[in-house]
Design a protein around this ligand. Structure first.
Ligand code: NAP
Length: 454
């Protein structure tokens, strides 16, 4: 079996990598374990210096990294360069804050002579998706490494060049050999890695079925897991919203990365009196986006990452149209080579339709009519997912009151959902469990050790 890098804009194979055997993988895991023992004994100030050096490389090489992503998974180069710069931010954030986040804490209480220490667990397996091929890895790896863990990356099979580029950045940043390794393996080899005695825990970012499979394997091995899974985020527009701002943010929130984002706005739930005017505004914004070559700096929407993703998206659109949705824009893949799918708008979507019930991983916006704010909230929560949500209203108190009743890991009022190193990120329900980023992220994979002093 091979890991194949294919350019989704042209369909051309760029490079092919042989997958590792069971034996090679096991040997690398042993080497990583050995390296971990040295790394955990390294003072935290030296560990975080490596993250600072990685940040410098990421900033200096943002354009080159953007190009690698564009060629391998179709992200427009301007968005890819921005992603590399965001990876630098998360490295700097943990370089600045890890020592404080991990400082021993005195235990509270009359007469107690005890404290809590936060110690690394060992090797953390990172099973990662292709859609933010750098960001997903750095947001997990930087706190893990700062805490003294080692990391092994099993990246998505279609982004081996990105996977190797990340390993190379850490090497050049001065990370000791084998503290971070890219495993050149397919998903069928993941269970054996989880079972391996040197692996302490696993984090998966990806789809719900992959999450269920990895969590089950982790359960069998009695190892902790963190799951960052899919979403079907609601974007609720109330009658008193600033539509212009909502439509501008909505088109970006749906079409960034060609809609292949876990926290993309997927279901636009709009209060009845403003439904048609908002639809028109959103259609105007979406129509203005430039679809094309991801290497062209003026491109807004590149191709989807793989042909099977186009087929899956088309099936969801077709099923929803057959069930009564109204096609406003797009709706069919573009002709010619490459996996191009145009920004698409479906109106009059109802909860029984595929684009409401399932995660749509492409630039397809579903518009749903709500009778009032209460109905909008009920529709927003009527999903198996619980990742992000966004609410648009000029009445901030009402927005906050609704936000507190949303079933989601984060709610943004008058803003599109995004991740930020300073804010915890993660989901509930079928969107997963655990949190990345902020001090929550660095405490996910540590042993909270109670030390009692008699
Ligand atoms: P995916 O197909 O689930 O793959 C994710 C990773 O899991 C890949 O490395 C994949 O390897 C591996 N994998 C798949 N099935 C597996 C199994 N049974 N056992 C072990 N590993 C397995 O997801 P994707 O298509 O790459 O990414 C899109 C999904 O990720 C969407 O649902 C999106 O919402 C979600 N996502 C969530 C977040 C978040 O933070 N919550 C962020 C980004 C993306 P192979 O490539 O070798 O199959």
């Amino acid at each position: 079996m091979a890991l194949v890098s294919t350019n989704p804009a042209t369909g051309r194979v760029l490079e092919s990598f042989e997958t590792w055997s069971k034996e090679t993988t096991a040997q690398v895991l042993d080497e990583v374990r050995e390296a971990f023992l040295g790394w955990r004994a390294t003072p935290i100030a030296a560990r975080t210096e490596v993250l600072r050096a990685a940040a410098s490389i990421l900033k200096a090489e943002a354009q080159i990294l953007g190009r690698i992503m564009a060629e391998e998974m179709g992200k427009p180069v301007k968005q890819g360069a921005g992603e590399a710069e965001k990876c630098a931010l998360v490295c700097e954030y943990y370089a600045d804050n890890a020592a404080a986040f991990l400082a021993p804490e005195p235990a509270e209480g009359g007469g107690l002579r005890a404290y809590l220490a936060f110690e690394p667990l060992g090797t953390i397996l990172a099973v990662m998706p292709w859609n933010f091929p750098l960001w997903q890895v750095f947001r997990l790896a930087s706190p893990c490494l700062a805490a003294g863990n080692a990391v092994v990356l099993k990246h998505a099979s279609n982004v081996p060049r990105c996977a190797l580029a990340i390993e190379d950045i850490f090497r050049r940043a001065g990370l000791p050999k084998n503290v971070f390794r890219t495993l050149m393996i397919g998903s069928r080899q993941v269970e054996a890695v989880i079972q391996h005695k040197s692996v302490a825990a696993v984090s998966l970012t990806g789809s719900a079925p992959a999450g269920a499979s990895v969590a089950a394997a982790a359960g069998r091995a009695l190892k902790p897991s963190l799951l960052e899974l899919g979403g079907s985020d609601p974007f609720v527009v109330l009658a008193d919203a600033d539509f212009e701002a909502a439509a501008a943010a909505g088109s970006l929130a749906r079409c960034l990365n060609a809609g292949q984002t876990c926290i993309a706005a997927k279901r636009f739930i709009v209060e009845d009196p403003v439904y048609e005017p908002f639809l028109e505004l959103l259609a105007g914004k979406v129509r203005a986006l430039k679809v094309g070559d991801p290497l062209d700096p003026s491109t807004d929407v590149g191709p989807l990452a793989r042909p099977d993703l186009v087929e899956e998206l088309q099936a969801q659109v077709d099923a929803s149209l057959a069930a009564g949705a109204r096609l406003v824009l797009g709706g069919k893949p573009l002709k010619g080579p490459g996996c191009f799918y145009p920004p698409t708008l479906l109106a009059d979507v109802t909860p029984d339709m595929a684009v409401f019930r399932e995660e749509t991983f492409g630039p397809v916006a579903a518009l749903i009519r709500a009778r009032d704010a209460e109905h909008a909230l009920a529709l927003a929560n009527d999903t198996e997912f619980g990742l992000g949500a966004s609410i648009w209203t000029r009445d901030l108190a009402r927005g906050e009151a609704l936000a507190r009743r949303m079933e989601a890991g984060s709610v943004f009022i008058n803003g599109m959902v995004k991740s930020d190193p300073r804010l915890p990120f993660g989901g509930i329900k079928a969107s997963g469990y655990g949190r990345e980023l902020s001090y929550f992220g660095i405490r996910q994979f540590v042993n909270v050790k109670t030390v009692w002093v008699g």
